[in-house]
Write a protein that binds this ligand. Structure first.
Ligand SMILES: [Zn+2]
Ligand SMILES: [Zn+2]
Length: 138
């Protein structure tokens, strides 16, 4: 994700609204590697901005996703997770107990679709999820 000031300019240049509420979401996501849910972002934003609405958080995340500045991931934790790390290709560790998610910056070159599936399927991305228990849950 771009730094907050660049995001602000990008949003304006695309005719998207930039409000203090939206900028608060930018700040919460900048450098955030916790893969927060939209609800978690909302709860964090409300600490400083009690008037922010959940809808604003959803719309801001949606706009960021549309610009390719965040990925919205379904990692099987029951809620969508927001990932601002779109620069470095990575996979994920997911704790099956608490839902904690961490980045795994590694390339798996050996993963190939078996030939018989390649005829009628074009692979755009391969995502690996390591499931288990984090330190606090094991
Ligand atoms: Zn855990
Ligand atoms: Zn990630």
């Amino acid at each position: 994700m771009k730094p907050v000031d660049e995001l602000t300019e990008l949003f304006r240049s695309r005719g998207l609204r930039v409000t203090p509420q939206r900028q608060a979401i930018f700040h919460l996501l900048e450098g955030n590697n916790a893969h927060p849910t939209v609800d978690a972002l909302y709860e964090q934003a409300r600490v400083d901005m009690p008037t922010i609405s959940l809808k604003t958080v959803y719309q801001t995340v949606h706009d960021l996703e549309g610009l390719g500045e965040v990925d919205v991931l379904d990692l099987g934790t029951g809620t969508l997770r927001v990932d601002p790390n779109v620069e470095d290709r990575h996979h994920h560790l997911v704790c099956s107990v608490c839902g904690r998610v961490r980045d795994v910056p590694v390339e798996f070159d050996g993963i190939r679709l078996p030939i018989r599936h390649r005829r009628d399927f074009t692979v755009d991305a391969v995502e690996v999820i390591f499931r288990g228990r984090c330190e606090s849950c094991s």
